[in-house]
Ligand binder design. Sequence first.
Ligand code: PEP
Ligand code: MN
Length: 354
Amino acid sequence: MKNTFFPKENRPLIIAGPCSVESETQLVETAIRLKKTGSVDMIRGGIWKPRTRPNSFEGVGVIGLPWMKKVKQMTGLPVTTEVAKASHVELCLEFDIDVLWIGARTTVNPFAVQEIADALKGVDIPIMVKNPINPDLALWLGGVERLQKAGLNKIAAIHRGFSFSGEKYYRNRPQWQYPIDFKQAMPEIPMINDPSHICGRRDILQKVSQKAMDLNFDGLMIESHITPDEAWSDAKQQITPKVFGEMIKNLILREYDPTKNPKRSELEKLRKQINLIDDELITILSSRMAVARNIGEYKKENNITILQSDRWKVILDKYNHSAKIHGLSEDFMTRFIKAVHDESINQQEKIFEG
Ligand code: PEP
Ligand code: MN
């Protein structure tokens, strides 16, 4: 069956609201001010909060559900909250929550996702699946598949970044290749970006949201609070409804389809150039592997190990040095040559085994 998440004629679908629902006043006030910006399509609010450490605020729980209902009535906007187990699902259905989402800490656990899917059998409510905390595409896709198997056809994905120890710039590193790969695997599932949990701070929210729009994401989920500094969770990343309104207005929405542009032949020419270069790159890589295999034959005959660490260090240093000269990032060059080197080792190993 066709996936029909949440109908909106033009992208992006904008979801905003507090990280946590704290009180009736806090939720209602935030929602009313968000509505006034004219830029919001759906209100979010966490009722049950998965916290890394105990003794942090774990959400108001069931008493917050009637407040969500009130927000719906007062603003006319649909509301969404996070569910992590069957009892949450049942309560959300009882209180007419319009859309559900599965959080990053739940997507990692197939038992929990299955429990949610089972609780939703026969109820085709829209549901969003956040990426798991760790960069594992199969786990993310698997979460969506479990819901699909339970008969749900209104599913979206949320990209909220991935946790890496030692990461300083982001709270959760975006690793944009994962949502891009997700879209290749499941093109019918809308992809929403959650810049708040990626950034963990306010100053780069606009930049990350813009990048999501430039990568053709279908929507944004942004945390907003009337007094962000006093928020009971995620205080550093929440913004006031006013700032939210300005941020959305500042977004540049670009056309996805280049064939509509009268100057499209310029792009076609450049793309032809890229295609030729890619062909050359593939030829060069395959020549490199042929030489690597010859080296493999030599090492096998002469009983020499595949890896010589000092030689590998020379290659790595050369690439890092060239990265600077050619204006490429060291991170990219390192990842690139490590992938190439890894393939050379695999090819030589095959020769050793043969
Ligand atoms: C949230 O949206 O408040 C939340 C807990 O997010 P995540 O599951 O992405 O950490
Ligand atoms: Mn949050």
